[in-house]
Every structure is written in structure tokens, then in C-alpha cells.
Design a protein around this ligand. Structure first.
Ligand SMILES: Nc1ncnc2c1ncn2[C@@H]1O[C@H](COP(=O)(O)OP(=O)(O)OP(=O)(O)O)[C@@H](O)[C@H]1O
Length: 587
């Protein structure tokens, strides 16, 4: 995915990161105050210990100083725990909101957009990048704010002690800040490249695991392993690069304190020698120089973490600027009309995005409400593409598509899809129970409805063999089922939606002869109450269709019944001959 997020403005990633923190600003403020109070309680502990020792040596009552000391110790621990809890809670909140936002966006991507993306990379943005946001948008911001505050406080106290020595200290710190400023962006760039490599790894892994059996059967484990290794290696190298630059910044911070100390000692020593500065002021000043070590170290850490967070925010932002389907803004689907819907294509031409070749050229046809229309033609002729256009997964380059006399572009997208039952070519079974799989398209379907479609799709022979009936978990992508069973589940799922238009893409190709015959009867029965469009390879499944459209290389070349086409269309005759059909319609 191209990095187009910064919009050229360096501040935009910062704004986005702060945007993630904004909902938790109160919690973060409280956590910052708590951490200051905890720090003060810590600072007061030596004084309380001193009071206990003083009381002991002076033979005075020690109860009060001991209570005070205990109070400070316990109080500091409790306060620190509350601060940590608040920060961690806010951090989890940041991750939750970021993940929800990304998931919401991803599920609303247009199909055309999804085609060009890598699911594994998207997955890493939802899981890994959001985790990097976690600390950057919460504790790091608090740490940076506290560190800055402490440094400013020390500078004020230093100014009160001796402005000249302060000038010396600030000059050294300034040089360090300039040097650090040139290193920090490198941490950011390396972090972003490391995350990109993690994303690539996700994509390769998704590819290998998604085709697990094929990878094994092809003996390609080692080759896939090598590709994964390379991506992991790239992530490792960038991680090492982050480590190198981060330690450079650490060295600079340490050097700045030490050089400040020496410079203050030199200049201050000379001033003590010529009597312009009391020795006690020089000692106090030097102590303050050392007090700055902790906040400077905190700022250095924060700078590294923030760079990783900014890189992550840029990657998550890349998802947020992807287009979404209009359904994202629309109301939930409400089916207003019922009964079979008519379909019409008027001079539709279409080519897949990024592909200059036209896949459909000047396609025009009409189907009345109800009945079965079949699309036949050689592989790659464009049959599935017609269905994809009806579902509005893509927009045609020219022409118009009407469902029920209304242009599909004028239908609210959710309503359009609610009217259509779609069984895609390799309809997936999700890793969920059989019931949830069936209800995917009709979440409110009753158990009677479910049993009805199970009988109609001949799934009733499968059901008794499942250990928990409808509540049996079906494995990842339905791999625990046979191909035919997966197809019948997909058909049952589409039927449960009570569609006005049913699109069956090769839906019967994996059924045995008996089941296919039964299902053909189901489809024929269905064609009486709904409009059925079938994309078929096997003519045997569609010879009894009310009309058959013959597609060849994206053009509609003939249209008619089986008997008509056998006598008029050479391609159809050839298809029929190669599929060993008689010229008689099948029962
Ligand atoms: N998402 C896509 N992006 C780019 N090209 C695609 C995409 N899907 C299909 N195509 C191309 O569009 C053409 C038509 O494909 P389509 O799937 O519609 O054919 P089909 O007639 O259904 O074929 P089959 O019977 O083999 O399923 C093919 O050349 C195919 O390579």
C-alpha cells in the first residue's frame, strides 16, 4: 500500500497520534498528575527517613516519623499502581478504538479495492500496528510531558542559582538537541520499514496458510519458508537499525549531561576561584545537572517510542483513507418489495480496474420476474462478472443494469444486496457453527426456516452425522466438509435470505448425479417464486432453463432455449457435444 498519509505535512501524523489520545485526555492528565505526586512522595522519603534517624538518635518519640515514612512508602506505591492502571486502561482503550475503526473500515472496502490489497498486510495493521500505537498515544505522551516539566523546573531552579552556569548548560543541551533531532527521524523511518516488513510477512504467511494443502502437495514448504524468512529478516534488520539509532540517542543524552557537568565544573570553578560564585551554589548547580539525567532519559525513550507510534499511525491511516462502499453511510437493509425481480442489462461494457482489456462488451438482455435464466460459455467468457456487476461489486464502464426496473446505482446498496441471494463459485464456509454459517445472510431466521432449507438442499443427510447438529463447529473454511456439502451449505444460506433474485455461480458443479438432480428440482421449484440466474459450466444443469444466454469472450452471441440453441448456435452445439449431451432437454 503506498504511503500517502503524511500529505507532505510532517505535523499530520502527530495530529493523528494525538487524535488517538484525545478521548483519554482526562485520564492521561490524572495519570500525569499522579505520577508527579508519586515522584514528590518518593523525593520526600529520604527526608522522612532522616526524621526517623534524627528522632532515634535524639531519643525522641519515633512513632510519628515512622507513620509518616510508612505513609509515604505505601502512598507512593499505591499512587504508582493507580497511575499505571490508569495508563494501561487508557492504552487498552486506544487499541480497542483503533482496532474497531480499522475493522469497520476494512469490512466496508469496495471489492475492487480489496482485489488489489493483501489481506495478510491488512491483518498486521489491525493487530501489530495498533499495539505500537498503544504506548505511544498514552504513557509515552505522559512521560514526555512529565520529563519536559521536570527539565523546565530544573532550569528555573538553575536560573535562580546562577544564570551564567545555566547559559553554559543550555548551550551544551542545545547542541545535543540539534544532534538528536537529526537522528530521531531515522528511528521513525526504520520503525516504519520494520512494520512494513511485518506486514509483508503477514501477507506471505496468509498466502501460504491459505493454500496449506496445495503448498504441501506441491512440496513448496521450503520455498514458502524462504520467502517468509526473507520478510522476517527484513523486519529484523530494520529492528536492529531502530536499536542502533535509539542507542545513539541514548549516548548523546548521556554525553550531554556529562559534558554539561564538565563545562559547569570548569566555568563554575573559575568563577568560584575569582570569588563571583559561592562554592555552595556551584555544588547545588552540579547536583541539578545530575537531577536532569532521569527526565532526559525519559524524553529519549519517549522520542523512540513516539517514532514507532508515528510510523504505526501512518500505516493505520493508510487504511482509513481507502474508499468505502456507500453502504457504510446508509441505513441497515430494509426489504421494501417482495416477489421475484426482473433483471435487465442495457449495453453494458466492463473491464476490471487496472486491466485495459474489456471483459464484457455491449451486453444487453432482459429477464422477466421469476423463471430460470442460464449463462453458458467457455471459461473466462464473463459469466461470473455479470453476477459481480449485479451485486455492484464493480461499476460498469458503460451502460446500465436494472433490477426490478430500477438502476442498481439508484438502489441503496444494502437494500440491493438484501434482495439478492448470491452463491459464489467457491462459496466459503466460515469457521463457525453450521447454524451461524446458515444465518450469515439471514441473522433472524428461525430454526424452522433453517430446517426447511436444510431439507430443500438435501443437507438432512449431513445433519445426523454432525456431533452437535446445527451447533457443530465447521472447521476453518469448511475444510472438514466435502466440496459438495460446502456448496449445499452455501445454497441453503442464500435460500434462507428469501431472495428476490438468486445468483448461482457454478453452484451445482461439485454435486453427485443424484444430488444434482435433486437440487435441480429445488432450483426449478424456486424459479417459480424467485428469479434465478445460473452461471453454468455443465449444460446438464441448465438445459431446462427458461432461457439460456451464450457468452463468448465477453460478448453475448446467442439467446434462447436449449432446443433452439442446439439448432441455431454453433458454439452452444459444440459445448453440448463436448459435454456428451443429447440434444434433448434433461428431466
Ligand atoms: N477480480 C478480477 N480482476 C481482474 N480480472 C478478473 C477478475 N475476475 C475475473 N477476471 C477476468 O475476467 C474474465 C472473465 O472472468 P469470469 O470469472 O467472469 O469468467 P467466467 O465466464 O465466470 O469463467 P469460469 O466459467 O471459468 O468461471 C477472465 O478473463 C478473468 O481472468
Amino acid at each position: 500500500m503506498k504511503s500517502t498519509v503524511d500529505d507532505g505535512k510532517p505535523g499530520s501524523a502527530w495530529r493523528l497520534l494525538l487524535g488517538h489520545a484525545r478521548p483519554y485526555r482526562r485520564t492521561l492528565l490524572v495519570a500525569a498528575v499522579i505520577s508527579c505526586v508519586g515522584g514528590l512522595a518518593g523525593l520526600a522519603q529520604p527526608l522522612a527517613a532522616k526524621a526517623v534517624i534524627d528522632a532515634l538518635s535524639a531519643n525522641e518519640p519515633v512513632l510519628t516519623p515512622i507513620i509518616l515514612l510508612t505513609g509515604l512508602v505505601v502512598g507512593a506505591a499505591v499512587i504508582a499502581a493507580i497511575g499505571t492502571y490508569l495508563l494501561e486502561r487508557a492504552a487498552e482503550g486506544v487499541v480497542l478504538v483503533a482496532r474497531r475503526g480499522l475493522v469497520h473500515r476494512l469490512l466496508r472496502l469496495p471489492v475492487a479495492e480489496f482485489d488489489r490489497l493483501k489481506p495478510g498486510d491488512l491483518l498486521s495493521r489491525v493487530t501489530s500496528d495498533t499495539t505500537l500505537l498503544r504506548t505511544a498515544a498514552t504513557s509515552t505522551i505522559v512521560e514526555a510531558a512529565n520529563g519536559t516539566l521536570m527539565i523546565l523546573g530544573t532550569i528555573v531552579l538553575m536560573a535562580l542559582l546562577d544564570p551564567v552556569l545555566l547559559g553554559v548548560t543550555l548551550a551544551v543541551i542545545l547542541v545535543t538537541v540539534v544532534l538528536t533531532g537529526s537522528v530521531v527521524p531515522r528511528i521513525g523511518r526504520a520503525s516504519e520499514r520494520a512494520q512494513q516488513a511485518v506486514g509483508e510477512m503477514g501477507a506471505v504467511l496468509e498466502r501460504a496458510l491459505g493454500a496449506f494443502r496445495t503448498v504441501k502437495a506441491s512440496g513448496a514448504e521450503e520455498r514458502e519458508n524462504a520467502v517468509l524468512d526473507q520478510a522476517a529478516d527484513r523486519a529484523w534488520r530494520q529492528g536492529v537499525s531502530v536499536a542502533v539509532w535509539s542507542s545513539m540517542v541514548g549516548i548523546l543524552a548521556r554525553l550531554s549531561v556529562h559534558v554539561s557537568f564538565l563545562a559547569v565544573l570548569g566555568v563554575g570553578g573559575a568563577r568560584v576561584a575569582d570569588g563571583t560564585l559561592p562554592l555552595s551554589a556551584l555544588i547545588a548547580f552540579l547536583l541539578y545537572v545530575f537531577y536532569m539525567i532521569t527526565p532526559i532519559a525519559a524524553l529519549v525513550n519517549a522520542a523512540s517510542d513516539l517514532q514507532a507510534g508515528l510510523a504505526a499511525v501512518r500505516r493505520t491511516r493508510q487504511v482509513h483513507i481507502l474508499p468505502t462502499e456507500p453502504a457504510a453511510q446508509g441505513a441497515p437493509a430494509t426489504v421494501t418489495a417482495t416477489g421475484p425481480a426482473s433483471v435487465a442489462f442495457h449495453s453494458v461494457s466492463f473491464g476490471y480496474p487496472g486491466n485495459r482489456e474489456s471483459v464484457l462488451t455491449d451486453i444487453s438482455f432482459q429477464t422477466p420476474p421469476g423463471g430460470m435464466t442460464a449463462f453458458v460459455g467457455p471459461s473466462g467468457a464473463g459469466k461470473s462478472t455479470i453476477f459481480a456487476l449485479l451485486e455492484r461489486f464493480y461499476e460498469p464502464a458503460a451502460g446500465s443494469i436494472l433490477l426490478d426496473g430500477r438502476d442498481v446505482r439508484d438502489w441503496p446498496l444494502a437494500e440491493l444486496r438484501a434482495a439478492i441471494g448470491y452463491v459464489e463459485q467457491d462459496a466459503p464456509v466460515l469457521a463457525a457453527t453450521l447454524r451461524d454459517n446458515l444465518r450469515l445472510a439471514a441473522p433472524h431466521a428461525s430454526d424452522e426456516d433453517i430446517h426447511d432449507v436444510i431439507v430443500r438442499t438435501r443437507l438432512d443427510d449431513l445433519l445426523p452425522r454432525l456431533p452437535d447438529g446445527l451447533d457443530t463447529m465447521l472447521g476453518h473454511r469448511g475444510l472438514t466438509l466435502s466440496g459438495g456439502q460446502r456448496q449445499r451449505i452455501a445454497i441453503a444460506r442464500a435460500l434462507l435470505r428469501r431472495p428476490r433474485l438468486l445468483l448461482l455461480d457454478e453452484a451445482t458443479s461439485q454435486l453427485d448425479a443424484v444430488n444434482e438432480h435433486q437440487l435441480r428440482q429445488v432450483v426449478a421449484e424456486l424459479a417459480r417464486s424467485t428469479t434465478v440466474l445460473v452461471a453454468a459450466h455443465r449444460l446438464s444443469t441448465v438445459t431446462s432453463a427458461d432461457r439460456i444466454l451464450v457468452l463468448d469472450a465477453g460478448r453475448l452471441r446467442a439467446n434462447g432455449t436449449h432446443t433452439h440453441l442446439i439448432s441455431t448456435d454453433a458454439l452452444y452445439r459444440q459445448l453440448a457435444a463436448t459435454q456428451l449431451l443429447t440434444t434433448q432437454p434433461q428431466p
